[in-house]
Design a protein around this ligand. Sequence first.
Ligand code: UT7
Length: 323
Amino acid sequence: MVHAIITGTGSALPPRRVANDELATRLDTSNAWIRERTGIAARRIADPGTTTGDLATEAAARALEAAGLEASAIDLVVLATATPDRTFPATAARVQARLGITRGPAFDIAAVCSGFVYALTVADSLLRSGQGSRALVIGAETFSRLLDWDDRATAVLFGDGAGAVVLEARETPAGASPRGILAARLHADGRHEELLYVDGGPGSTGTVGKLRMAGREVFRHAVHNLAGVVDELLAATGLPIAAIDWVIPHQANLRIIEATARKLGLPMTRVVVTVDEHANTSAASVPLALDAAVRDGRIRPGDLCLLEAMGGGFTWGALLLRM
Ligand code: UT7
């Protein structure tokens, strides 16, 4: 059996850190409200000249370095984003070119905050079906460009950044317990579009849009859908929740992360949290959190990790992997 194993992780954050107090100078909000309701203390905001592709390229280069690979070894680039550099070409193709990769498919995935879980699942399927041996899977966003900076209900919640992994196909010898991606479940339900969307954007509307969200309703759906898809994934694999070493959740709101963990019976000591410093970076949030926990030594080879995310669409999903 072939499995797709993560052999390197990397991330990139813009240098400008914007603390809650800075936002409170121009919006009717406060550090106390943001901390209490979301767990966010600060976010990184990209400089005007920095694009999603810039952050993605930096994160990908770090993941390649961690994997000990040259870019030319990569057969496939999959990039999850809702903030591409241009309507086309795909930001994945721009990253591919900047890294000096000249072969193999490169494409973007648009599943907003669930994008990285979608992208990993797609890359895993392509590798296991023989379409190459090594993939770069990236989640990258500049969500600050989509924000209505006069809307306190959304402007305080998001940040910019990128995370990446190198995924390598490896044969698992008969009888050996597999490493890599073990199972994934993805969902979408487009009926809830009006609860979380951008009111314009590149493509058929010809307008530039801003993010709109009915936060309280999204919150309720998020906890329900995330706990549901994790239960579904565990049932499919026959693994108990106690077998999970680390949960790497989408980082939208600490209260969503805690409520989901409570519903699943998971102690917070096994959950990776970066929302305090990164805020919600959409498709970048899961790979950013994964890279942080790998680099600080919490996640070690052999650990069983559960990735989960939910976002605009609605889309949601969960993925189980052994590092
Ligand atoms: O990535 C996936 C998509 N996004 C999410 O998962 C986000 C999901 N939703 C949330 O995280 C939370 O619902 C929010 C953080 C957006 C809001 O927290 P909440 O506890 O659900 O607050 P609320 O929307 O019920 O608002 C409570 C009050 C309101 O005032 P009134 O109507 O009670 O007088 C808001 O106007 O808080 C007010 N409010 C604020 N006050 C200070 C909303 N935003 C702010 C703010 N500062 N930034």
